[in-house]
Write a protein that binds this ligand. Structure first.
Ligand code: ATP
Length: 448
């Protein structure tokens, strides 16, 4: 089951502390969001799940954390200065600005006027000044994708880690796009995080590697609760491909506002490494690239015969905010209970849950109960090294409702039998079944 509407996700996110509108005490800043105490945990768990699956599982994949501030030449030779644009249209009546491809029937989506300007290209990159003098020569871009700094570090990683093909470089970090119309909650924002892998292969192996990464990524989404039959694989037609791509699969997900891209998996060919290379004439390059007199590096590899070539690269690229939204949407469930009441429950995969367990003394402030609960909470916290909380409210029903809504897989109640007999009651979030067990055996009853 999924949420009925975006409103239910927005409301839950705010009510329980997953996501807040950014800068809201000053009226908010459009297209940026803050992640609260629970949101930050869910985001971290998504990030860690991706990192473990991509980096730790593969000996030939290396991590990177490169700078956000990016030299203008990087984004010049990558093609972003020229082509990273969206078509912008102004409404002459209400002055609103829209992305031309979001307009239906040549009417302003805000006021309905048909008096619109011709579309013109609008570059999505944010610029910022470097150093104390603000002039047109002293600026940097905030990176619009994490990928480019992977390409600029290609030689550093070759020299320091000596990998041989195929190998990958992975990075998770912020990216910035001055979207014309940020919208649909955290789906389209101006500041977001990307999880990107650049997987370098011999040119002849690229087609096969693209298919393999598609399969790998579908498996990963399944582990996060977004199963294969919820994703449509869109084989992007050639006239819609980005300037660097030979072939791209977009994984399309039915978000509450409609079906849109969750992740892109592209064959970027030798475009990027080739474009950032010096002495391009001494390299075998297939893509159409611009002559580069500025680069100080040759980003190629020598084959068995000593001939230089540029590897192809396969790029799975997913946004954490879109992952967050899809995962939240899949987990959100409203259930009618036998007692006639309803409950909202987030059926998150346990490894993603912001809080792994809540320990609840039956009676608020009862010294014996609270002592035992605190000791158990501390022990679990130490053993699992994830967030465990103590709920000293004395209201079990209210605690269950709260932890169902935020996706806590287990609630553990400490009652007077616990003190006498060393037992606890463990409740499963999804089945609501309660089991009385010996406290020592608790770890056997929980899995993450
Ligand atoms: P769209 O067509 O929806 O604008 P895109 O094709 O420009 O997306 P890519 O450049 O392929 O997106 O970026 C890779 C991933 O980064 C996307 O699949 C998405 O998950 C994420 N992403 C891109 N732009 C945004 C954004 N403005 N807000 C949130 N996530 C984004």
């Amino acid at each position: 089951m999924v949420a009925q509407s975006m409103d239910s996700l927005v409301s839950l996110s705010k009510r329980r502390g997953f996501i807040f509108q950014s800068n809201n005490i000053y009226g908010g800043l459009q297209g940026v969001y803050d992640f609260g105490p629970l949101g930050v945990e869910l985001k971290k768990n998504i990030r860690e799940s991706w990192w473990s699956d991509i980096v730790y599982k593969n000996e030939n994949i290396f991590g990177l954390d490169a700078s956000i501030l990016t030299h203008p030449l990087v984004l010049n030779y990558s093609g972003h200065e020229e082509t990273f644009t969206d078509p912008l249209v102004d409404c002459k009546d209400c002055k609103a600005r829209h992305r031309a491809d979001f307009i239906n029937d040549s009417k302003c989506p805000l006021c309905g006027s048909t008096s619109l300007t011709e579309p013109r290209d609008f570059n999505l990159m944010f610029k910022t000044n470097i150093g104390p003098v603000a002039d047109s020569n002293n600026f940097a871009y905030l990176r619009p994708e994490t990928a480019q700094q992977i390409f600029t570090n290609f030689k550093n990683i070759m020299d320091s880690s000596s990998p041989s093909l195929p190998f990958g470089i992975a990075q998770i970090g912020k990216a910035f796009r001055n979207e014309i119309t940020p919208r649909n909650f955290i789906f389209r924002v101006r500041e977001f995080e990307q999880m990107e892998l650049e997987y370098f292969v011999k040119p002849n192996d690229a087609d096969k590697a693209l298919e393999e990464w598609l399969e790998q990524r579908l498996k990963w989404w399944d582990m996060q609760g977004v199963c294969k039959d919820k994703l449509e694989i869109y084989d992007v037609p050639s006239d819609e491909l980005s300037h660097y791509s030979k072939k791209t699969y977009d994984l399309m997900y039915e978000f509450p506002h409609g079906k849109e891209e969750l992740e892109g998996i592209a064959n970027r060919t030798d475009f990027d490494l080739g474009s950032h290379s010096q002495n391009q004439e001494t390299l075998k390059i297939n893509a159409k690239i611009k002559h580069n007199p500025d680069s100080k590096s040759k980003l190629g590899i020598q084959d068995e015969n000593g001939e230089w070539f540029v590897p192809y690269v396969i790029e799975p690229s997913a946004g954490i905010e879109r992952a967050f939204l899809a995962i939240l949407n899949e987990a959100y469930t409203e259930e009618s209970l036998e007692n006639g009441k309803n409950r909202i429950v987030l059926k998150l995969k346990p490894h993603l849950a912001p809080i792994k367990a809540a320990v609840i003394p039956l009676k608020k402030n009862d010294m014996g109960l609270v002592k035992m609960a605190t000791e158990l909470k501390n022990k679990l916290q130490k053993d699992i090294d994830q967030r465990i909380v103590l709920e000293n409210t004395g209201n079990i029903g209210k605690s269950y409702r709260k932890h169902d809504e935020i996706g806590t897989p287990y609630c553990i109640t400490i009652d007077f039998d616990s003190l006498a007999e060393g037992t606890v009651t463990i409740r499963d979030r999804d089945t609501m079944k309660q089991n009385t067990i010996k406290v020592e055996s608790i770890s056997k009853h929980m899995s993450f």
